[in-house]
Design a protein. Structure first.
Length: 439
């Protein structure tokens, strides 16, 4: 049996059904901004493997960091033991992250870091003698991961809450931020949030949101003033603010962390995805000494979480190399150039009647269609064009590695324009509203 048949027989892919015959492409290798398929075709990468491979693939600096660490150890448990890669990474993260975040808790994936962040907020409120504060407020259109508690704060519609109602905690949802990035936030834009806070604050542990860019829940870019207002309201009501920077962290929006657009610091921040430059899975929760000390003084006096592969040395070593590589590179200029390239390259889409919106921020470009894309049929069109792009719902979006050169970016955008133009033949390429695949 060939690889594809073996795969189809027993391997379950993300958000997919076994036996549904979704197009799947075997990869032989990847280097720089190109993914090489087993049949020899090369695809320009428009996805950075879900926001993570910011330096491109097979990077000599990251490869050598991994090799060096392998000589010492791939892994040791983190209970009762520590090691230089973890301590160094914690110090680096504290150094570059918003003011006041001084403590790092490592986790093994983004979703797990969100779980840890939520448990941290609950334990904090218990330790402050507010045991009734166990729920979370969040804007709709968000995405925070796939485990049950993380799912509970994802958008209820795209997050498929209706299938999990019996087991998922019920959170407090408010309207998604209305003012777009760059626009001011008017009092009316805060009405939903203020009403929900006034009504529910005594049951709430924290507000959780993705700062500035709502990613997999809708690819929306919203006003920095809205984020600043959320910070102010959290303080007024004694709530923690959890900023989920898993997608936005490490430069993607043009700032190192998206919170910087609003000049705010959260009480808890999650990072993941680009943390290891896309090499392996690692995430972290950063928090303030105040939160950590309060939990320490409460009952049981411990933070109740500890993954088996917490602070995996190999992942930490690569993360250290990746953060250094980013900070030593002209990343601001690169991201700004990508933003301009995306704006230029995707602009022809804005003329199309079946396109609702085209928007770009940092190294993110989004073409929002009026109806959801049928990914099964659209995905192969992108591959035929020589690019790797994976739309979801009504969104065709690009988030290329920061190292992408101008000509590759132009080719990537041209391929998107070419495919999106063809989508005007709705039948076949689009499916009814609500039936889109979530990722
Ligand atoms: C991807 C993502 C997560 C989940 O991370 P995983 O590593 O997939 O578990 C959480 N929050 C945001 C904002 C994300 O983009």
């Amino acid at each position: 049996m060939n690889l594809l048949d073996r795969d189809a027989h027993c391997v379950w892919h993300p958000y997919s059904a076994m036996g549904a015959g979704q197009p799947t492409f075997p990869v032989a290798s990847a280097a720089g901004v190109r993914i090489r398929l087993s049949d020899g075709r090369e695809l320009i990468d428009g996805m950075s493997s879900w926001w993570s491979a910011i330096h491109g693939y097979n990077h000599p600096v990251l490869n050598s960091a991994a090799r060096r660490q392998l000589e010492d150890m791939a892994h040791v448990m983190f209970g009762g033991l520590t090691h230089a890669p973890a301590v160094t990474l914690a110090e680096r993260l504290i150094d570059v992250s918003p003011e006041g975040l001084e403590i790092v808790f490592f986790a093994d994936s983004g979703s797990v870091s969100v779980e840890a962040a939520m448990k941290m907020a609950i334990q904090y409120q218990i330790a402050r003698d507010c045991p009734g504060r166990q729920r979370f407020l969040t804007p709709r259109s968000g995405y925070h991961g796939d485990t049950l508690h993380a799912m509970s704060v994802c958008d209820p519609v795209t997050g498929m809450h209706r299938f999990f109602e019996g087991v998922m905690p019920r959170q407090v949802f408010v309207a998604p931020p209305a003012p777009r990035y760059g626009e001011p936030c008017e009092p009316i834009d805060l009405a939903s949030l203020e009403a929900a806070l006034a009504r529910h604050h005594e049951e709430l542990a924290a507000v959780i949101l993705e700062p500035i860019v709502q990613g997999a829940g809708g690819m929306r870019f919203y006003s920095a003033d809205y984020l600043a207002a959320v910070r102010r309201l959290c303080d007024e009501y004694g709530l923690l603010l959890i900023a989920d920077e898993i997608a936005t962290g490490f430069g993607r929006t043009g700032r190192l962390f998206a919170c910087e657009h609003a000049g705010i610091a959260p009480d808890i921040m999650t990072v993941g995805k680009a943390l290891t430059g896309g090499y392996m899975t690692l995430a972290a929760v950063l928090t303030t000494r105040e939160v950590a000390d309060t939990i320490g003084r409460g009952d049981p006096g411990l933070f109740m979480h500890g993954p088996t592969f917490m602070a995996n040395p190999l992942a930490c070593a690569v993360a250290n190399a990746s953060v250094d590589l980013l900070l030593e590179s002209p990343w601001q200029a690169r991201v700004a150039a990508i933003e301009e390239g995306l704006r230029d390259g995707l602009s022809p889409c804005a003329e199309l009647t079946h396109v609702a919106d085209v928007r770009c921020l940092g190294a993110i470009g989004v073409v929002e269609l009026r109806a959801p894309v049928n990914m099964q049929q659209v995905q192969p069109l992108f591959v035929e064009e020589g690019v790797w792009v994976r739309p979801f719902g009504r969104l065709v979006y690009l988030m290329p590695p920061f190292v992408m050169e101008e000509d590759d970016l132009a080719a990537l955008c041209a391929a998107v324009v070419s495919v999106v133009e063809r989508l005007v033949e709705w039948e076949g390429y689009c499916v009814p509203a609500g039936a889109g695949s979530p990722i």
